[in-house]
Design a protein around this ligand. Structure first.
Ligand SMILES: [Zn+2]
Length: 72
């Protein structure tokens, strides 16, 4: 059991760093609401573009803005 926990703890930063790199490489993902429904109607989630910023990217933009506003 301890080995499993140790493995999970080891994997967590790797997965996090991988996700950060993934978000940095392609910050825009496809809109799930549009891709499944395939409706041409204007989507409220993405404004009909079919592209949405990833949650990690949104977090990065939010933190960057917070840092910029805080250090001004
Ligand atoms: Zn959409």
């Amino acid at each position: 059991m301890a080995t499993v926990i140790a493995l999970l703890v080891l994997c967590l930063p790797v997965v996090t760093l991988g996700y950060i790199g993934f978000c940095y490489a392609s910050p825009w993902g496809t809109c799930r609401r549009c891709s499944t429904a395939r409706k041409r109607r204007t989507c409220r989630a993405c404004d009909g573009t079919g592209m949405r910023p990833r949650i990690g990217w949104q977090l990065y933009v939010y933190l960057r803005r917070l840092h910029r506003d805080g250090t001004r």
